[in-house]
Design a protein around this ligand. Structure first.
Ligand code: NAP
Length: 306
């Protein structure tokens, strides 16, 4: 029997990725939307999670594609009702909220899946395998995109808890923490906050993975070519993971990869976790972002408007 799932928050990523991935996966039946804006055609729509739970509709799992602020309360209500829960990245607005949800899922004996979609990009596994056992000399992360193109009008992203440029930057950190052999530790950071906003629009991080220096530059004001690249220099050559983890080259030679299937892979994994009542919650990328806010030098930048 398919897992009866309700999708919460029908915005850009729900439309672009979650709905198609769910409709193509026979392990799930999409049975409802929780949405303030209209929901999903031909499905019942509830204004909030409380209304869904009170409705008596037979639902076993929810997938949350709302902004991180407020996600803890929705997930908590679902876990308390005995539902399995899948979370978009970042899993919540704070590290403590995620730890609390993990404990609640454990107590309730249901699945909690804190997803990192970029880790599922086509060449990430191959990059991790190639780096294993190599001596790393340095690594460089460049994540530069145009907020006006990719997040038009998403005011929440520059509000407290929205992470600003770390909303895409955390994807880079989710890949780096998956492929680098040793834990990433933040050494210093420089965060640029627009004078009229509460979240950074650009950031530079200096980190270490063991003895390997790792430099990261995140920019939300990149016009022209966009970059989502990680370059690692090793004793056995140069690894370039580009297009957000989709493409891999070793010393300039492209390594062929399968189709990019980030969200289909996430839902296949969630189905397995639900069947096993198991959780997959890795806080590491969110911890690094929290560390950047703890340790980072704060610079005032020009006011920003969409
Ligand atoms: P979005 O387009 O702004 O959609 C978020 C949806 O959440 C809204 O349409 C709204 O749906 C619901 N919502 C509930 N409370 C809200 C509030 N207080 N403010 C705004 N919306 C609220 O955002 P998104 O780009 O889909 O991002 C959602 C999550 O997915 C974020 O955590 C983001 O990091 C992640 N993500 C986004 C992308 C991307 O390319 N955009 C890629 C991967 C992951 P209803 O009207 O249905 O209630």
């Amino acid at each position: 029997m398919p897992i009866r799932l309700a999708l919460v928050g029908i915005g850009k990523i729900a439309q672009d990725q979650h709905i198609p991935a769910l409709q193509a996966n026979k392990s799930f039946e999409l049975v409802a939307a929780v949405s303030r804006s209209g929901g999903i055609e031909n499905l019942p729509c509830f204004a909030d999670i409380g209304d869904l739970l009170a409705s008596g509709l037979d639902v076993e799992a929810v997938s949350l594609a709302t902004p991180p602020q407020g996600r803890h309360a929705i997930a908590r209500a679902a876990l308390e009702a005995g539902l399995h829960v899948m979370l978009e990245k970042p899993p919540a607005a704070t590290v403590s909220e995620v730890a609390d949800l993990a404990a609640r899922a454990r107590d309730a004996g249901v699945a909690l899946f804190a997803t990192w979609h970029s880790r599922e990009a086509a060449s990430v596994d191959a990059a991790r395998k190639w780096l294993a056992g190599k001596t790393l000399r340095s690594a460089r992360i460049d994540w530069r995109e145009d907020i006006r193109v990719w997040h038009p009008g998403q005011e929440w992203i520059l509000q407290p808890g929205g992470l600003g440029v770390f909303d895409p930057g955390i994807n880079a950190l989710s890949i780096a923490t998956a492929i680098l052999p040793e834990a990433l530790l933040l050494q210093s950071a420089r965060l640029e906050f627009p004078a009229n906003r509460q979240a950074p629009i650009a950031a530079e991080l200096s980190l270490r993975s063991g003895e390997t220096p790792v430099e990261a530059a995140f920019d939300f004001l990149q016009t022209g070519p966009q970059s989502w690249d990680i370059v690692v220099e090793t004793d056995a050559g140069r690894l370039v993971l580009s297009d957000g983890g989709q493409r891999l080259a070793i010393d300039g030679a492209e390594v062929s990869a399968g189709a990019n299937e980030e969200y289909p892979r996430l839902y296949r994994r969630f189905a397995s976790l639900v069947r096993e009542n198991a959780s997959d919650v890795d806080l590491t990328p969110l911890q690094l972002v929290a560390d950047a806010f703890l340790l980072g030098e704060r610079i005032e930048a020009s006011p920003f408007s969409f």
